[in-house]
Design a protein around this ligand. Structure first.
Ligand SMILES: *Cc1c(COP(=O)(O)O)cnc(C)c1O
Length: 523
């Protein structure tokens, strides 16, 4: 009986259960769900097909000899499996998803409808361009608005994520240095300590030596340190603006002046463009290359691994080196520049097989057109207002990492306020799950101790923000009042409790193996 009674918070401190304590493992109308391979579908088949009428196969030695190793589930069994799994996941369609830096915001259903129009959804990248003029026009229009919003003369649309955009930007910069004969001596890329991890990773991947630039007390790039490290051995600097502390780089004009004076290029990580869209044009700040995460700024859905799109806007100096393909428009209509010849002779190559993520382009343009210029400006204003509202309403209980002045689109707290409570940032985040909220980003940026980075985005109403804030305030009060048990064992109400995340990352088990002696011969 005792195990059945412990649904929810156990009375014994630190009693971390590995399974929810019900007879079935389910809880509150949610069924427990095993791996699909652990269903008893082996030896069954979910479909009934006639025997194929073939006289053998052309595959020769490649014909499969072993059973295929898939469980034979009926349609309702397969459907229930996936729907149950989906119920175990938090989603932006359920509640606020306050991840900092990742910008999880509502995806308007209009965008989804547009992306599913057959003229966009059912075409093939190898179709003759005369049959896909509408899709090419859409790409061209999107490119036009991205250039307009950023004040930059060129854009490479094809990168498929923010990190892929960084790769595109740095490969463009490398190509420009190669063309001017400076590549051999310019081997360094300067990156501030607060950078998103993808920045130094990209620079290293492209073959550069990463040199860290210090940060000031108030969370910005240390310009004196930057100036000291700039020289004719530097290929580029990579600066995120607004940065990952949720702050605008006040000295950005000086940063770009110093960079250009040293003959280096200014790469801006524009993943957070949603905080300034319609208000600031990166081209006016002296940026040479910047990726824009369409899946953050322009709301195309992401999370769980994609798909994304990370177009890169480029300055005049870098534009000739942009990767193929791109769309051009003349009296004969739209066509793609695909080959590295003629007008694309200096292109550094290409980044993906075809044109990039058509579905993301459609959603992003739909978002732009439905908001209009005033609406996009309001996106940035509301994103910043919402973050500042959270910062203002939590600052008496929690310690903001940079208390002076407003933040941009993210409110950043450190764990100073948890000192002496025996509750850590991780414990606090796990307790948020019990309150029905996805935790914020934890322990990032690394430059802030025990960081809690909250990005509400502009799509949350005041009502939802208040609901979130009240829960945060109640938890913070409980932590300070010494209710440690509530935190140490949390989450108590999730289908699974605390997992060994380190082990999962270090030795992931990615392949299911059938138990000894089992018959896995589905037909
Ligand atoms: C999200 C993000 C990236 C990486 O974008 P992906 O699409 O996840 O590859 C890079 N920099 C910053 C600041 C980000 O927030």
């Amino acid at each position: 009986m005792s195990t059945m009674n412990t649904v929810g918070r156990p009375t014994t401190p630190n009693a971390v259960q590995s399974k929810p304590a019900t007879l079935t493992g389910g809880r509150g109308l949610l069924q427990n769900e095993h791996l699909i391979f652990e269903s008893d579908g082996w030896g069954k088949t979910g479909v009934d097909l006639p025997e194929p009428k073939t006289d053998g196969s052309d595959l020769g030695d490649l014909v499969r000899k072993d059973p295929i190793g898939l469980p034979g589930l009926s349609e309702p069994e397969a459907m229930r499996h996936y729907v149950r799994l989906s119920q175990k996941n938090h989603a932006i369609d359920l509640a606020i998803y306050p991840l900092g830096s990742c910008t999880m915001k509502h995806n308007p259903r209009l965008n989804e409808k547009m992306a599913r129009l057959p003229g966009f959804a059912d075409i093939h990248p190898l179709q003759p361009t005369s049959t896909v003029q509408g899709a090419l026009e859409l790409m061209d229009t999107l490119a036009h608005w991205l250039k307009t919003l950023t004040g930059m003369p060129a854009v490479a649309l094809s990168p498929k994520a923010g990190a892929h955009g960084e790769l595109c930007g740095l490969m463009t910069i490398r190509a420009a240095h190669e063309a001017s004969g400076q590549h051999e001596k310019r081997r360094k890329v300067l990156v501030p300590t607060s950078a998103h991890g993808t920045n130094p990773a990209t620079a290293a991947f492209v073959g550069y030596t990463v040199v860290e630039v210090a940060q000031t007390e108030d969370g910005r790039v240390d310009v004196a340190d930057l100036a000291a490290k700039l020289g004719d051995d530097v290929a580029a600097i990579m600066v995120t603006n607004p940065n990952t502390c949720g702050l605008f780089e006040r000295d950005i004009l000086e940063i770009s002046r110093l960079t250009h004076e040293a003959g280096a290029y200014f790469y801006c990580d524009g993943a957070n463009f949603n905080a300034i869209v319609g208000r600031v044009r990166p081209g006016d700040l002296g940026v040479d290359a910047m990726h824009i995460n369409l899946h953050k700024t322009f709301s195309t859905p992401h999370g769980g691994g994609g798909p994304g799109a990370g177009p890169v806007v480029l300055s005049e100096a870098l534009a000739p080196f942009a990767p193929a393909p791109w769309v051009v428009h003349d009296a004969d209509g739209y066509r793609l520049i695909e080959r590295e010849e003629d007008e694309a002779a200096q292109a550094f190559g290409r980044l993906c097989a075809f044109q990039g993520q058509m579905g993301m382009y459609t959603r992003a343009l739909s978002y732009m057109m439905s908001h209009g210029s005033d609406g996009l400006r309001q996106v940035a204003e509301d994103a910043v207002l919402n973050a500042n509202y959270i910062k203002a309403r939590l600052s008496d209980l929690m310690s903001p990492a940079f208390p002076d002045g407003p933040c941009m689109h993210e409110a950043l707290f450190d764990d100073e306020w948890l000192k002496g409570t025996d509750v850590t940032t991780l414990d606090f985040a796990k307790a948020m799950i019990d309150e029905g909220f996805h935790p914020m980003t934890m322990y990032f940026p690394l430059v802030v101790h025990g960081a809690m980075l909250i990005e509400p985005t502009e799509t949350e109403s005041k009502q939802e923000l208040d609901r979130f804030i009240e829960a945060m305030r109640a938890l913070a009060t409980a932590a300070k009042a010494g209710d440690v048990d509530r935190f140490k064992g949390a989450p108590f109400h999730a289908p699974l409790r605390r997992l060994d995340e380190t082990r999962a990352a270090r030795s992931p088990v990615l392949r299911w193996t059938a138990p000894e002696g089992s018959n896995i011969a589905a037909e």
